[in-house]
Design a protein around this ligand. Structure first.
Ligand code: CA
Length: 519
């Protein structure tokens, strides 16, 4: 029999249909979403860290894809989490900031709910920080609010129980318990395993109280940034390592909620160091250098416990055989400053806080050790998880699925530019409200409360020290970016932010610790 060459041949169609029916459909993949809090890419060796090694997070990078330009919609804890869950910008999911009284509306559509409806078993363990209780999960054990580094109260559907120990370790114990005791092992699962660390104030765990003590950290080249050649916004902020870290941040005083045993171990590590500081009588730039080193060591200690515990989870996935059909994602709710511009914290549309790590391991689909430089976002996580699970992506989600990128290494339809907006002002750290657009080369920022603009050429000025807004050479680029900014605001249906701004904001910001002599 001769088959027609037409693709519509009924014979060929029938043969293909029989062939398709004879193979079992691949089971939907499990998803393990590992989410850190405030983890800078610059503190992950897969991203080229010069200050630490993260061998377990690197395992994911070696076996999967590292995204070099994953940008967040709004660089703050709660809003980022809401964007991850909904695939929508802050103004659409309703959580624009972390201000007291603001809660995530858990009745709305989220990707865990949609996966749950499609037959996934869903769980969230760790930091939640959305005010309202988790919805769309068969199981949850979450920190209350920010949660402490030691001895955290953990909330579940039925109760809140305080567990003694180091939070990063405890959250992993709970995660492994859940993985081992799933109700229906035949079901695919979504597990959101979300750390508190390395959020401020960077308290090390008992395993790492002495780590990095012999390592010296040089101040970044932009540490003494004077914020000239930009808008007035950067100079107004209160998030400098040298001026705004307090005695708790710097571990001049020990954490208040330790058990006697934990406190003894803590003091054995910190008291001799603090005595040495007192005896040295450092001031000025020498004290700045000390503060930076204390800050970096504690931050990296908190990161190191996250990495150790990621290793425990990856080991279990390997040992149990789950790894083969499980997608593992590592990300953070936003980026972070390790002293660039003199800062700690996040919030800004500048590079260190706009970027967040994103590493995806998907055995059999994502090739090993590949990197992608396209502009992707935490807006894309929800549509990606839905599409890879075979669940239709709702039209009102604003992100783009990364499925093509993960399969082919690149998606020709991926966005060419990205919209960002930060709302929380006046508030801690005094960072002005702003929105803007970033392309692969340029970044236009509008501080709308003070009507000031910045424009950076990231190719010639990667540290963003010199705004070229309003210069004749940049007139065409600037005009083009303003058009795109307007178009993006229309596309995403961004309303005007008309909330009033007090005439004297940021008057209550805390002064930092200023050395033993000043006390
Ligand atoms: Ca955060």
């Amino acid at each position: 029999m001769k088959l027609s060459r037409s693709p519509l041949s009924p014979w060929l169609f029938a043969l293909l249909a029989i062939a398709a029916c004879s193979t079992e459909p691949a089971p939907p993949p499990n998803i393990v979403f590992i989410f850190a809090d405030d983890h800078a890419s610059a503190a992950i060796s897969a991203y080229g860290s010069t200050v630490n090694r993260t061998p377990n997070i690197d395992r994911l990078a070696a076996d999967g894809m590292v995204f070099e330009n994953c940008l967040v919609t709004n660089s703050l804890c709660g809003p980022s989490r809401a964007t991850v869950l909904t695939g929508k910008y802050s103004h659409m999911n309703g959580l624009i900031d972390n201000e007291s009284g603001t809660q995530f509306d858990g009745s709305q559509q989220t990707f865990p709910k949609l996966l749950q409806g499609a037959g996934y078993e869903t769980a969230v363990i760790g930091k939640w920080h959305l005010g309202s209780a988790p919805t769309g999960f068969d199981y949850f054990k979450v920190l209350i609010g920010q949660g402490p580094y030691y001895n955290p109260p953990i909330g579940s559907v039925t109760d809140t129980t305080k567990i003694e120990g180091y939070t990063t370790d405890i959250l992993t114990d709970l995660t492994l318990d859940w993985l081992k005791g799933r109700k229906d092992p035949a079901k695919p699962f979504l597990l959101m395993y979300q750390h508190k660390a390395p959020h401020r104030n960077w308290q090390p765990g008992p395993d790492h109280l002495d780590s990095f003590e012999d390592q010296e950290f040089e101040l970044p080249p932009t540490f003494y940034d004077d914020y000239s050649n930009r808008s007035s916004a950067a100079a107004q902020a209160n998030m400098r390592v040298d001026n705004n870290l307090n005695a708790n941040d710097l571990k001049i005083t020990p954490p208040r909620n330790l058990t006697p045993e934990q406190l003894a171990r803590w003091n054995a590590a910190y008291e001799p160091r603090n005595e040495a500081l007192k005896a040295a009588g450092l001031t000025g730039k020498e004290l700045d250098q000390w503060k930076y080193n204390r800050y970096m060591r504690d931050y990296l200690r908190a990161v190191q416990s996250v990495d150790d515990n990621v290793g425990r989870v990856l080991d279990y996935l390997d040992e149990s055989g789950l790894a083969e059909n499980t997608i593992v994602v590592y990300s953070s709710d936003q980026g972070w400053y390790l002293g660039e511009h003199g800062w700690f914290d996040k919030r800004w549309m500048y590079e260190q806080s706009l970027h967040t790590p994103l590493i995806v391991r998907w055995p059999g689909t994502v090739p090993e050790g590949v990197r992608n430089a396209d502009i992707v976002s935490n807006l894309d996580f929800a549509p990606t998880f839905l599409e890879l699970a075979g669940v239709p992506v709702p039209d009102d989600m604003q992100g783009q699925s990364l499925l093509t990128t993960l399969r082919d290494g690149h998606d020709p339809n991926m966005r060419a530019d990205f919209y960002y907006q930060y709302y929380e002002f006046p508030a801690s750290h005094c960072v002005r409200r702003h929105y803007g657009v970033r392309t692969d080369r340029y970044k236009l920022i509008y501080f709308y409360g003070i009507d000031e603009w910045e424009l950076f050429d990231l190719q010639t000025d990667p540290d963003e020290l010199n705004s070229v807004y309003g210069t004749p050479e940049m007139a065409d680029i600037e005009a083009g970016l303003k058009v795109r900014l307007t178009e993006l605001r229309e596309q995403y249906q961004v309303p005007e932010d008309t909330r009033p701004i007090p005439s004297e904001p940021c008057t209550s910001d805390a002064e930092g610790w200023d050395g033993y002599d000043a006390e």
